[in-house]
Design a binder for this molecule. Structure first.
Ligand SMILES: NC(=O)c1ccc[n+]([C@@H]2O[C@H](COP(=O)([O-])OP(=O)(O)OC[C@H]3O[C@@H](n4cnc5c(N)ncnc54)[C@H](OP(=O)(O)O)[C@@H]3O)[C@@H](O)[C@H]2O)c1
Length: 309
């Protein structure tokens, strides 16, 4: 598996998201885990909110796998906090962050989180409170590294006024079809063009590259926001024709080409898979080994309907 820079270390360019394992029995979770590990994926993405109730998917993962201490040490466990579905709010207060981390540690049956991400920007954030929580969690050895998700450059700058730990990751929605963070800068300053509208606070990919923050692409195969995958979807016929041709040329499956479109980006992003199907994990992981040409990357971009001014 190709690796990318990740904080002071490296991590696989394809990682396994655990948002959709809520209704899975132990055996399919073990199979999914084994497929990921065999494909070189030792990095698992969680969140406190995944599943029907708080910490449900984290618990399903740990209960199904019953990892030994030695195997726990082999993997990276990342989770997120900051969303409070029961109260319809976001919460980056000291109390909430610390409480959620304690809950995740219990659910994941571990003594430390390798990475903690702040899930979605809290409008009422007080950077000093986040810093106090991070300092305490780091000093107690409960969290090893910190990052964010769905954050704009300015929101990260604001956190950095008080947070002293490096913010090493920003998890952002990105697929060939849902690509405003890449497509907007390409159409910059085009009056009247929808694609020119800034939705990410401006240049989030460039900001992450400048600051050594790894972009993690979530929903890498979804057409839009949980609207279903574009792969094999007749609504994206032109895109799938290009994907299928390239898949045949590289002797891989279409999901590998969709993965390669993200891993080809020089920002050295990670693709956060959401599939619970072991074969799809294997097929997607194969995409990280493919280096699409510049022409192929842009052909996929255009076939997805994005404007190239
Ligand atoms: N930070 C955030 O705000 C945020 C938001 C959402 C998600 N995430 C993270 O990102 C991960 C991925 O998100 P996602 O699940 O929406 O991404 P995804 O990988 O684009 O979508 C996976 C879903 O598509 C289904 N699917 C149907 N046909 C497929 C095909 N041909 N190839 C692949 N999948 C197919 C999968 O079903 P099967 O399971 O049956 O294969 C699964 O339900 C999550 O697990 C989570 O860790 C983060």
């Amino acid at each position: 598996m190709k690796t990318v820079p990740f904080g002071s270390t490296v991590a696989p360019s394809v990682i396994a998201g655990m948002m959709r394992i809520d209704d899975k029995d132990d055996a399919p979770i073990r199979e999914l885990y084994r497929a990921a590990r065999d494909a070189g994926i030792d990095f698992f993405d969680h969140a406190d909110i995944y599943g029907g109730s708080m910490h449900h998917c984290e618990s399903r993962f740990a209960d199904a796998l019953q990892l030994s201490a030695a195997e726990r040490d082999e993997i990276v466990l990342q989770t997120k906090c900051g969303i409070v579905p029961a109260q319809g709010m976001f919460d980056f207060s000291y109390e909430h962050i610390v409480t959620q981390v304690e809950g995740s540690l219990r659910a994941l049956r571990t003594d430390r989180l390798d990475v903690l991400l702040l899930h979605r920007p809290d409008a009422l954030v007080e950077p000093e409170e986040v810093a106090r929580a991070f300092d305490e969690l780091e000093a107690a050895g409960k969290v090893r590294a910190f990052g964010v998700s769905n954050h704009t450059p300015r929101q990260i700058d604001l956190l950095r006024t008080a947070v002293t730990q490096p913010l090493i990751a920003n998890q952002l929605q990105l697929s060939i079809t849902h690509a405003p963070i890449i497509a907007q800068p390409i159409a910059m300053n085009m009056a009247g063009e929808e694609q020119a509208v800034v939705r990410d606070g401006g240049g989030i990919v460039e900001y992450c590259r400048l600051n050594g923050i790894t972009v993690q692409a979530w929903s890498p195969f979804q057409g839009g926001f949980f609207t279903g995958v574009f792969l094999g979807n007749p609504e994206y016929a032109e895109l799938n024709a290009v994907i299928d041709r390239l898949a045949a040329a590289y002797d891989v499956t279409p999901i590998a080409i969709a993965t390669a479109w993200i891993t080809r980006h020089p920002a050295k992003m990670q693709v956060v898979l959401g599939t619970t199907t072991p074969q799809r994990v294997r097929d997607a992981a194969a995409g990280a080994e493919i280096e699409l040409t510049r022409a192929e990357w842009y052909e996929l971009f255009r076939a997805a309907g994005h404007l190239l001014p």
